[in-house]
Design a protein around this ligand. Structure first.
Ligand SMILES: Nc1ncnc2c1ncn2[C@@H]1O[C@H](COP(=O)(O)OP(=O)(O)OP(=O)(O)O)[C@@H](O)[C@H]1O
Length: 734
């Protein structure tokens, strides 16, 4: 066992790019009563956790046995009798009573299973910090151990306090002495007598750190000195003060976070989701939270963070996935830019609009017409007193649904349907009915025919529900007097006309918000019309042309939700001070001053231009060096065709190209386009060609692409250029 007690004497003040000393391990084995005390407290807590876990397992096994026995007894007692109406009612009541008993068992089992999951989580690391709070002068300070989840023993004594509980804020505030937190709307003040951090694995205490200076965070330094992994990690134990402001931010309609590369935006976003789940436990469901992320590789990269925190993952979707679900097939994914003015024009046009007879189309499946367009038009006329818009469309949709059902009922009695039913293959019967069918009378046969037709014409029901009977293009072209709608105009018009959207979403988190156009954001704001938004991004990482500036982001969300609150994150936790200085050199000078890095220093970046002859050798050497180094390396190219060029040049030496469906390996080297590398990080990065051809000096988009590329590196970076080096990196050449 080794012990570490580390008190760094230097901290990085805000706004000054000063690296902090690397984490040190003095391997001090001399007797330390505090260490021994904490180790025995840990052993005690660990044993209690095991005891709670074992008791829960026993309780769940017992409940399962009792449930099975009860169910058996009730089923035996149950004598289904449908002879008369009264008998049938009594039978139903018996069934309902049995179901209630089973539901009761299930509910208790679910609660115990959730508690057991907490215990299992805590057994990996029971807690990571302790605070001693004195609430009144002269009073004994109260010691609280803070962990990933909260748990009490059988006497309701708190063993571990959840990191999201109000009192745990005193740990994240990083204020020694007078501090406060808010619980149930009340501000509670206390004296923070001790703030102790722990490095713990299961029941083993590796080290503890007492932090006395507000900004120093030994655990953070220790955590940052560990190697990057193929999956993102939770930062629960080391959330920094500025990050905590976002994580615990009051629930506002829109929170916009702008942060430099590596400042923890994505980490903070995931911690905030976990925080919201805790705060609204029992009322917020994972299906009500959406995470809009840049690409599928990124979704995979972050997928394990929330489960590691004991929470469910919300639905994660890319813009393309979102748009493709809503747009008609072959319509693209709405990445063609449309101005906000064009969307405003749609809103205005819809205000005073009436259908005309040709605005509708048949509801068909294949050749079969189930509802004719002129019937729909007549229905629209019949409801003409209601303004043409979401309310009228909802009534029409309900009516069309009813008409479709009665049409199928009528078809179910025809010889044609009954013949089709009889001719059904065995596997089709199993798929539709879950069993082989052998109707014994006409009534049963008709009922089966109706189920068969409902299955066969399922697309018609979907068309009714999706309002596919509306000719959105035609309506839009007439209203806007154009000869075609862009995909986003189509979608926006459909939302305005029909009320299409998800009113149940409570939170929508958009990472890399700088990569969306203003119109895309307006669509998201309207689609998730009741949701609160958390938007995170970095204006300097806008690498796609025509995307929204932060001013436009504000404009869109102010219009949609009234107000936008903002936070900034200016410290890089990802990159060494040298790499941070390299990418920060591409920022406007007033911003450069505010950027700092917390990481320890490592190998200095290499930035070199090579003549044509030497270039290929230099590239081979850089790839070989990165391949041999520890961790994961990436050769990042701006576009796919640059990847092809590189593969041709490197031949067998070329690293494998990661595609949209790929996953990051644990180690080795990959070739990746910037579009996919966004949001990810690598121990070593190679920029294969930083020449003016790839990164022209007078091009702001190129500057941001270079900034984004360089800032993917955590420890080492090699920048090569074929011919000359881009003037953007002037002064950086090594
Ligand atoms: N408080 C923290 N404690 C430990 N590690 C942290 C902390 N904050 C951030 N990190 C680490 O810093 C790295 C960068 O974090 P993250 O990817 O969340 O930043 P980002 O702002 O989203 O970056 P970018 O915008 O460049 O993609 C990650 O490895 C993350 O684990």
């Amino acid at each position: 066992m080794f012990r570490r007690t580390f008190q760094p004497d230097r901290c990085a003040p805000q706004g000054e790019p000063v690296p902090t000393e690397p984490f040190q391990n003095p391997a001090d084995d001399s007797a330390d009563p505090v260490f021994d005390q904490e180790q025995s407290h840990l052993a005690e807590t660990y044993a209690k956790l095991q005891q709670i876990g074992r008791a829960l397992v026993r309780k769940m096994e017992r409940a399962q046995r009792e449930a099975a026995a009860d169910k058996k007894a009730m089923a035996e007692e149950l004598a289904p009798n449908f002879a008369t109406y009264a008998d049938a009612m009594e039978t139903y009541a018996d069934f309902a009573a049995m179901n209630r008993v089973i539901d009761g068992y299930n509910l208790a089992q679910d609660a115990d299973a959730a508690e057991l999951a907490k215990v299992e989580l805590l057994l990996k690391q029971p807690y990571f910090a302790k605070v001693a709070l004195q609430f009144k002068p002269g009073q004994e300070p109260k010691e609280l151990y803070i962990g990933t989840a909260g748990i009490s023993d059988e006497n309701y004594r708190r063993l571990v306090v959840d990191w999201r509980s109000p009192v745990a804020e005193t740990y994240y505030n990083q204020d020694n002495g007078r501090t406060s937190y808010v619980a149930d709307g009340r501000t509670i003040t206390a004296d923070l007598k001790l703030r102790r951090q722990f490095d713990i694995e299961e029941d083993r205490l590796n080290a503890y750190f007492d932090t006395t200076v507000a900004i120093q965070d030994s655990l953070l330094l220790a955590s940052l000195s560990k190697q990057r992994t193929a999956q993102m990690k939770a930062i629960t134990a080391t959330i920094q003060k500025e990050q905590n402001t976002v994580v615990r931010h009051e629930d506002v309609p829109v929170l916009l976070v702008s942060g430099i590369a590596g400042s923890g935006k994505t980490s903070v976003l995931l911690q905030r989701i976990a925080y919201l789940f805790y705060q609204q436990r029992g009322s917020l469901d994972a299906s009500e939270v959406f995470l809009v992320s840049p690409n599928p590789v990124f979704s995979h990269y972050i997928a394990s963070v929330l489960p590691d925190l004991g929470e469910h993952n919300p639905e994660s979707l890319t813009w393309n996935e979102f748009a493709r679900r809503l747009l008609p097939p072959n319509r693209g994914s709405g990445d063609v830019d449309v101005s906000l003015a064009a969307l405003a024009r749609i809103d205005r046009a819809v205000e005073s609009f009436e259908f005309d007879a040709n605005d509708f189309k048949d509801v068909r499946v294949g050749e079969k017409r189930l509802i004719a367009a002129d019937q729909i038009s007549k229905l629209a006329e019949k409801l003409g007193r209601i303004p043409a818009g979401p309310h009228r469309i909802t009534l029409m949709r309900e009516e069309l649904h009813a008409r479709l059902e009665s049409r199928l009922k009528q078809m179910a009695g025809t010889d044609e349907a009954l013949d089709e039913l009889e001719a059904l293959e065995a596997d089709e019967q199993l798929r539709i009915f879950g069993e082989f069918i052998a109707p014994t009378d006409e009534q049963e046969e008709r009922a089966l025919a109706l189920r068969y037709l409902t299955d066969r014409y399922a697309d018609a029901f979907a068309a009714v529900e999706n309002d596919a009977w509306l000719r959105i293009d035609r309506i839009g072209m007439r209203l806007l007097e154009t000869d075609g709608l862009a995909p986003l105009e189509w979608l926006y018009l459909k939302m305005a006309l029909t009320g299409l959207g998800n009113p149940d979403a409570k939170y929508v988190m958009v990472d890399e918000v700088q990569d969306y156009t203003a119109a895309q954001l307006a669509v998201l704001a309207r689609y998730f019309r009741r949701a609160h938004f958390l938007l995170l991004g970095d204006p300097n990482q806008a690498i796609v042309p025509d995307t929204a500036t932060f001013d436009e982001v504000r404009e869109v969300f102010q219009a949609a939700r009234g107000a936008v609150e903002e936070c900034r994150l200016m410290t890089s936790y990802r990159s060494t001070p040298e790499i941070t200085a390299l990418f920060a050199s591409l920022l406007p000078s007033e911003e450069q001053l505010q950027v700092s890095s917390i990481q320890r220093a490592d190998e200095p970046p290499t930035v070199r231009a090579f003549g044509d002859d030497a270039y290929a050798d230099a590239l081979h050497a850089a790839v070989a060096g990165a391949r041999a180094a520890e961790g994961l390396a990436a050769v990042i190219v701006p576009w796919k065709y640059e990847a092809k060029r590189l593969q041709a040049l490197l031949g067998d030496d070329a690293p494998p190209l990661l595609d949209e469906r790929g996953e990051l390996p644990e180690s080795g080297i990959v070739l990746i386009t910037l579009k996919l590398a966004k949001g990810l990080e690598f121990d070593h990065v190679i920029v294969p060609d930083a020449s003016p051809r790839v990164f022209p000096a007078d091009d702001d988009l190129a500057r941001r692409r270079l900034y984004t590329t360089l800032s993917r590196a955590t420890r080492g970076i090699a920048v090569l250029a074929r011919g000359a080096l881009t003037p953007l990196l002037e002064g950086a050449a090594s």
